[in-house]
Design a protein around this ligand. Structure first.
Ligand code: 9MG
Length: 271
């Protein structure tokens, strides 16, 4: 899943138009790099970021969605606002990626009737404005797991089939460095929830905390993290660097496929 941010560059006179054009050009670049899904977001969810209005978010996201509608690639929209979800679905979104796991009033109802739309339910403690102030857990893995199980149940109770759901532990969303790495180490514990796992680690500060690199220079650590997440059971990785991540994951796939063939060979030899 390639990341497309549509957040206006405050240094640019082109404002919203230019950010949309940049986002569309970047989306095409990530498609060329081999992205399988694009995730388009019009509101930053970084720690301390400010919320934008519904209209502002729609003005950012919808033109990009519309411009990419013919590109054949499944488009995800990263939003927690029910109004944005409805418009994004009407404009052709294949997935709603909600860092708030459909907890906002009206969010479950906004997506439930659209049977072709997938939903990513992410764990977050607090809100992007406050989440890194003092994150606390008695057992990070168990609490994230319990939360995701509850949100799966809430979605199912609202009429959303389990096949439409993807879950995400929300790396960096209300978690200390230790919480994040404990979660990564035990990511496989979430696979027993029976829903595909998405992991977003790309360029996050937990990686910079280890290497000391600033966000734009965290490519190697992002690829390592994506690979580890996949080894631990992630089915989708949300990344900035699509080509490099795909090439790293191709090696993992080759290893798995060869291992599977070896098992086939040794079982057929027994017959
Ligand atoms: C929008 N966004 C930023 N980080 C993310 C993550 O880790 N997962 C998901 N699903 N969305 C994210």
């Amino acid at each position: 899943m390639g990341i497309i941010n549509v957040t206006p560059d405050s240094f640019s006179d082109g404002g919203l138009y230019l950010s949309a054009q940049q986002a569309i050009a970047h989306a095409k670049h990530l498609i060329d790099e081999g992205a399988d899904i694009l995730d388009i977001g019009g509101e930053s969810t970084r720690p301390g970021s400010q919320q934008v209005s519904i209209d502002e978010e729609l003005n950012r996201v919808i033109p990009v969605l519309e411009a990419l509608a013919d590109s054949q690639i499944p488009l995800s929209v990263d939003t927690s606002k029910p109004e944005v979800m409805k418009h994004a679905i009407a404009a052709g979104a294949f997935m709603i990626n909600d860092v708030n796991a459909l907890r906002n009033p009206g969010a479950l109802e906004a997506v439930a009737p659209h049977e072709q739309v997938q939903i990513c339910l992410m764990h977050m403690q607090g809100t992007p404005q406050t989440m890194q102030a003092n994150p606390q857990y008695y057992d990070i893995v168990q609490e994230v797991k319990d939360f995701l199980q509850q949100r799966i149940q809430a979605a199912k109770s609202a009429g959303i089939a389990e096949e439409r759901l993807v879950i995400d532990p929300g790396f960096g969303f209300g978690k200390t460095l230790q919480h994040n790495f404990t979660l990564l180490n035990q990511l496989d514990q979430l696979t027993s929830l029976g829903v595909p796992l998405l992991a977003g680690l790309s360029r996050k500060s937990m990686l910079g905390a280890i290497t000391g690199n600033s966000a734009n220079y965290r490519i190697h650590e992002s690829i390592a993290a994506a690979l580890l997440a996949v080894v631990k059971g992630a089915k989708i990785v949300r990344v900035h660097d699509v080509k490099a991540t795909k090439e790293a994951l191709a090696i993992h796939n080759a290893m798995r496929n060869c291992a599977a063939q070896e098992i086939n060979v040794s079982t057929s030899n027994r017959n």
